[in-house]
Design a protein around this ligand. Structure first.
Ligand SMILES: [Fe+2]
Length: 152
């Protein structure tokens, strides 16, 4: 709970700084902006840059059944991703691992120090939109140690 001081003003929303989940949802819904870029790569998860501004990057990814982004963080970036179609499984890793099953329209956010794995455990291809803030898309790989948690 928090108190709002008297005479507080609600500032107009800066559309450039919408929450990354809202941005991801908007891009997910606006398929005409990216559907011509969508591919499915049997060799590895497909990803392509869709849009880039001074504030953020928008990436489109596709996941065939069984394709995985192995355990990683996103360095100093923060952001969010939204499932456009299909099912994705996210495993958030600290000293324990927490599994989130995500379907179309569901989103997850991350920030520095957030370590996760994302994979398609479903039987159909999945598509997702990812928003990266405070830098370009970056990934540092980890392995999971059951005693110490994620280890570089
Ligand atoms: Fe990630």
């Amino acid at each position: 709970m928090f108190a709002v001081p008297e005479n507080s003003l609600v500032l107009p929303e800066n559309t450039r700084l919408l929450h990354p989940v809202r941005v991801a949802l908007a891009w997910a819904a606006d398929r005409d902006r990216w559907k011509h870029l969508l591919r499915y790569d049997p060799e590895e998860r497909f990803s392509t840059l869709v849009d880039k501004t001074d504030d953020q990057e928008i990436w489109l990814m596709s996941w065939l059944p069984g394709q995985t982004a192995s355990l990683h963080d996103h360095d100093h970036t923060s952001g969010a991703f939204t499932v456009v179609s299909g099912l994705l499984t996210e495993v958030v890793t600290t000293r324990i691992q927490v599994v989130h099953s995500l379907r179309a329209g569901q989103s997850r956010v991350w920030g520095p120090g957030y370590v996760h794995q994302v994979r398609n455990d479903g039987v159909d291809p999945a598509v997702s939109i990812h928003v990266y803030r405070h830098g370009t898309r970056a990934m540092t790989s980890y392995r999971y140690d059951p005693v110490n948690g994620p280890v570089r």
